[in-house]
Design a protein around this ligand. Structure first.
Ligand code: UT7
Length: 332
């Protein structure tokens, strides 16, 4: 609880994935890989992919409708909508399209980008608006269609990613359920994982050129990102736990960005959090970037695993490089 007496509660969740599924056997017809290699090295067995009819907007709206219903509010109650995404349908912003489709006419809406850390960064951003008393009810969405930007001939990356969306409703509350957080960035390592804009000079008038190009497919130094994740994620969770004044033993659920089962296992081991407290949907969804944490959260809630009051340690990490952790209790 802050000096203004405003706490934060996360009161609803929702998620959505495209209907089309690509499994490891199908991938092994596209690149030199095997179901055995992908399963043992990553834990991924299949991923959902959006086709040209699909959109970040549509996935986000479906996830949001679920979150709004669970929270027992209406779209008109929303003051703010934050869409965490690296793959917007429109570079000018996609959140406003979601606002329009939901009919959330009172809400201000904007996109933010922090790659696979987007949901945790968005959670903390949304919390600031609530804590200051500026807004009472916020819809936070993590949604990505990375399949648009994957090099489908690169076996080092194309096996990893899937598409999806997850959303939560955050509300001002008398009891504060956001217990602690820690966010980090290190741009010196940005080349480890990129989806860069590349351009060529195009002369538009004598002596004046503009940079015309497009974004190029994802490139990743998998080994470096792996090392970064297993070292930095436990550290940032420990810092967030310290802020929250709770111990790792008091954590009911560890919700990590779903990047690789080996990363999930290594982080849990470092924190001495037992495996049964680590939620994973990697086998079914792969790495869905900003969507992965709210997706796994929503599945845990709807399966009745995550109960009101349960303590959740969530951590996102990825391109930027960015990483962060938030400790919160589920529900009012
Ligand atoms: O959301 C952003 C965060 N991203 C991540 O967290 C990704 C982190 N990194 C990883 O998850 C892992 O590094 C990968 C799954 C990407 C790769 O696993 P790895 O155990 O680090 O494999 P590696 O890159 O060390 O490659 C080992 C071998 C290589 O062959 P040689 O050089 O030993 O002959 C690769 O060429 O495996 C080969 N390889 C593959 N073989 C079959 C790489 N990708 C594949 C593949 N199928 N898909």
């Amino acid at each position: 609880m802050n000096q203004l007496g405003v706490g934060i509660a996360i009161t609803g969740s929702g998620s959505a994935t495209p209907a089309v599924v690509l499994d490891n056997h199908q991938l092994s017809q596209m690149v030199e890989t095997s179901d055995e290699w992908i399963t043992t090295r990553t834990g991924i067995q299949q991923r959902h992919l959006a086709d040209s009819q699909g959109s970040v907007t549509a996935l986000a709206v479906e996830a949001s409708v679920g979150a709004i219903a669970m929270a027992g509010i209406t779209p008109k109650d929303l003051d703010l909508i934050i869409l965490a995404t690296s793959t917007p349908d429109d570079l000018f912003g996609t959140a406003t399209q979601i606002q329009a489709l939901l009919g959330a006419s009172r809400a201000v809406a904007f996109d933010m980008t922090a790659a696979c850390s987007g949901f945790v960064f968005g959670l903390v951003t949304a919390a600031q608006f609530i804590r200051t008393g500026a807004y009472k009810t916020v819809l936070l969405i993590g949604a990505d269609i990375l399949s648009r930007w994957v090099d489908w001939s690169d076996r080092g990356t194309c096996i990893l990613f899937g598409d999806g969306a997850g959303a939560v409703v955050m509300q001002a509350s008398e009891s504060d359920r956001l217990l602690g957080f820690e966010l980090r960035s290190d741009g010196t390592q940005s080349k480890c994982l990129q989806l860069p804009y590349k351009a060529q000079n195009k002369e538009i008038v004598n002596g004046i050129s503009t940079a015309q190009g497009t974004y190029h497919p994802i490139t990743m130094n998998g080994k470096e990102v792996y090392k970064f994740a297993v070292q930095k994620v436990p550290e940032v969770i420990e810092k967030a736990l310290f802020q929250a004044n709770i111990t790792a033993e008091q954590v009911d659920w560890l919700l990590l960005h779903q990047a690789n089962q080996r990363i999930l296992d290594a982080v849990a081991e470092r924190l001495t959090i037992p495996k049964h407290k680590v939620l994973s949907n990697l086998a079914r969804h792969g790495n869905t970037s900003a969507a992965s944490i709210p997706l796994v959260l929503d599945e845990g809630v709807r399966l009745g695993k995550i109960q009101p009051g349960d303590v959740i340690a969530a951590s996102g990490f990825g391109a930027g490089l960015t990483w962060g952790a938030a400790i919160f209790q589920w529900g009012m």
